[in-house]
Design a protein around this ligand. Structure first.
Ligand code: GLC
Length: 435
C-alpha cells in the first residue's frame, strides 16, 4: 500500500532534469551525487538521541549511499544553547556543517541560512507529512526543513504507586498535587528520603517555556501571544497556576527543579524516585528499556488541567535542514530526505520513541506495539499547542523573557502577578500589542 518515495522522487527528478548526473535506477536511493563526498550532520544529545543518529548515519553509509560519508557531531543538550552554536556557524557562513537538526521553532530565525529542500524532494514525498508540521518548517513558501519527529508534553505516572496508595490518575493540577504529596509522604515514611512527588523542566531555558505554556493554556490563561500578536501573560488564570506550581517547589517538587532540563527530571524519575514527571515521548522508550528500574511500572496520559479535560501539550519536535553554505547541498539533501522517509522513521521511532510526523506511522503495527501511547493518547499533531509563531524571528527573545520570568516565580523571588505585569510591559516594548 505504501509507495516508496524514492521511486517517485527519482522519476520526478529525472523528468524535470534537476540532476543530470544522477544515475539512480528505479528502487535505488537518490544519493545526490555519485562522487565520494563527506557531509557533517549536527544532531542528537538528549537521552539516546546521539546514539540513534550514529546508527542511522551508519545504515545510510552501509545500505543506501556508500559514496557519502556522514560525520555526526553533537549539538548541546539544551535547545537554547544549540541556537547560540548554530548562530556562530551561520554568521560565519561556515561550510563545516551540512545538515542541521533544527527545533520546530527555529525556521523563522534561521530561514536565510537554510536551503529550500523542496527543490530536491518531490511533492509526493512532502505530501506524506502532516500538513501542519510541514507548515511549521515552511517559511514564505520555502521548505527550510524536513520534519523528523514531533512531540508534546505528557504526564508520566507510576502505575504501581497509584495502585499502592489507592489513587486515581489525576486529571486536574489539584488532583496531581494531592496524589504527588500522598505518595511522597508514604515513600519517605518507608525510608526513601530521595523520593519526590513531581518533576518537570524548571530551568530558565526553552524547556520551561514549553512546560509553562502548558500550565497557562490548561488553566484557560492564554498562550503568551495570540495569533494576532496580542500579549497573553498577565491573566488571572495564568497568575494563579504559576503561583500554585511555585508553592509546590521544595514541598513535593525538588528545589533543584529550578535547574532541571529534560534529562535531569528523567534521572530522578528513571531511578524510581518520582511519582509523576512531565516529559516528551523519548522518555517512554528509555523508561521501558530492559534494564530500567521502572520498566512496566508506569504509563502516560495527557497532562492535567484546571478542570478535567482542559489538558494542553506544547508542540515540540525537530526537523532536518540543509545549510546554504554546504559544499555538498545535493548529498546533504539526499541524506535529509532518506532520514525522513517512512522506513527510516520507523527505525528511528523504535530506537527513540517520540511522536511521528507522518499520519501513516500512527497506523504502523510495529510502532503502535512498541509505543502504545500513539494509540492511547491520539495524534499529538492534532491537538498540540504551537509556540507563538507570530513572534517570527523575535521568538527566542520573547521566550527568553518568558522563561526567565517564570523561573523567577518558581524560585520565589517574585510573585506571579508582579512577574507577569512586568513581562507584559517587556513584550509590549518588543512591539507586541497590549490586551
Ligand atoms: C524537546 C522538543 C523541542 C523543545 C525542547 C525544549 O527537544 O522536541 O521542540 O524546544 O524539548 O527543551
Amino acid at each position: 500500500m505504501f509507495k516508496r518515495f524514492v521511486v517517485l522522487m527519482i522519476v520526478a527528478v529525472l523528468t524535470i532534469g534537476l540532476l543530470p548526473t544522477a544515475s539512480a535506477q528505479e528502487g535505488e536511493v537518490w544519493c545526490g551525487t555519485d562522487q565520494p563526498v563527506t557531509i557533517t550532520w549536527i544532531a542528537g544529545t538528549v537521552g539516546g538521541e546521539h546514539e540513534a543518529a550514529l546508527a542511522l548515519a551508519d545504515k545510510f553509509m552501509k545500505e543506501a549511499c556508500p559514496n557519502v560519508t556522514v560525520k555526526v557531531v553533537q549539538r548541546p543538550e539544551s535547545t537554547t544553547e544549540t541556537i547560540a552554536q548554530y548562530q556562530q556557524f551561520f554568521e560565519g557562513q561556515s561550510s563545516e556543517i551540512d545538515v542541521y537538526q533544527i527545533d520546530v521553532f527555529y525556521p523563522a530565525m534561521f530561514k536565510e541560512h537554510l536551503t529550500d529542500i523542496s527543490e530536491y524532494a518531490t511533492d509526493e514525498f512532502l505530501a506524506q507529512f502532516y500538513p501542519a508540521v510541514l507548515n511549521a518548517y515552511t517559511i514564505e513558501g520555502r521548505v527550510v526543513g524536513l520534519p523528523w519527529f514531533a512531540g508534546g508534553g505528557m504526564l508520566y505516572y507510576r502505575t504501581d504507586l497509584l495502585e499502592k496508595y489507592g489513587l486515581a490518575v489525576p486529571q486536574t493540577w489539584d488532583e496531581l498535587a494531592a496524589a504527588a504529596k500522598t505518595i511522597q509522604d508514604g515513600e519517605r515514611a518507608e525510608g526513601n528520603a530521595a523520593f519526590w512527588g513531581f518533576v518537570f523542566q524548571g530551568k530558565a531555558y526553552e524547556g520551561l517555556t514549553c512546560d509553562a505554556l502548558e500550565w497557562q493554556v490548561s488553566y484557560g490563561g492564554g498562550r503568551i501571544l495570540s495569533p494576532e500578536g496580542v500579549i497573553e501573560v498577565n491573566d488571572p488564570a495564568t497568575i494563579e497556576i504559576f503561583d500554585k506550581i511555585a508553592s509546590w517547589v521544595s514541598d513535593f517538587v525538588p528545589p533543584e527543579v529550578l535547574n532541571y532540563q529534560e534529562e535531569d527530571a528523567r534521572a530522578v524519575w528513571h531511578a524510581g524516585n518520582a511519582a509523576f514527571m512531565r516529559n516528551w515521548g523519548y522518555a517512554y522508550t528509555l523508561s521501558q528499556a530492559e534494564d530500567s528500574p521502572i520498566r512496566d511500572k508506569f504509563s502516560v496520559v495527557p497532562l492535567p488541567g484546571k478542570e478535567a479535560g482542559m489538558s494542553a501539550a506544547t508542540l515540540g519536535g525537530w526537523g532536518l535542514g540543509v545549510s546554504k553554505y554546504s559544499q555538498n547541498i545535493e548529498a546533504a539533501s539526499a541524506f535529509a530526505i532518506w532520514l525522513t522517509s517512512y522506513d527510516q522513521l520507523v527505525d528511528f521511532h523504535l530506537m527513540r520513541g517520540e511522536q511521528p510526523v507522518q499520519p501513516a506511522l500512527y497506523e504502523d503495527a510495529e510502532l503502535v506495539e512498541a509505543l502504545p501511547y500513539l494509540a492511547s493518547m491520539g495524534n499529538v499533531l492534532e491537538f498540540a499547542i504551537a509556540r507563538p509563531g507570530v513572534a517570527g524571528a523575535q521568538y527566542n527573545t520573547v521566550s527568553e523573557k518568558y522563561y526567565t520570568a517564570v523561573n523567577n516565580v518558581l524560585a520565589g523571588s517574585v510573585d506571579a502577578a508582579t512577574a507577569m505585569a512586568d513581562l507584559e510591559l517587556a513584550l509590549a516594548d518588543l512591539g507586541f500589542e497590549l490586551p
